[in-house]
Design a protein around this ligand. Sequence first.
Ligand code: THU
Length: 159
Amino acid sequence: MKEIQITTPIQVYKADELPEEDRELVDIAKQMTLTSYSPYSHFQVGAALRLRDGQIFKGSNQENAAYPVGLCAERTAFFAAGANAPKVPPVSIAIAAQTGGKFSETPIAPCGSCRQALLEAEVRFQQHIRIVLYGTESIWVARSVRDLLPLTFDGSQLP
Ligand code: THU
């Protein structure tokens, strides 16, 4: 038996250090928290997805009384992009969340299902997606979905 280590490189920024393009995306993600429909969790998540041609698709979490029917902010934005600009690769996504009128101090990370959904685009377009996770204390940036989902399952494993 041997053990392997898998490391996850994360860039940690203070708000005033963030590159302009990321800052713009974070601002939109923060605004989008206000469109969240989250009467059950009261956890308002916003996402902004930039495509290679500059288009930005926006999303927020949309809940339902039948809980599993609801959808996360990231996939709301991602699927809107897939439906409206199917041939344009996504290049970056910013995510922000607030509850009780306060943005989270620690960066909000996408759930496993959203990571898997985003991975599909990385595989499909052979293009890394930069993931910008907003927190009031620090902003974390991963350069690829694979950094947040290191042991991936994708279509290449299917017969
Ligand atoms: N949620 C997101 O929108 N994105 C995440 O990355 C984590 C969770 C939503 C789903 C649900 O509406 C609420 O947050 C609580 O889980």
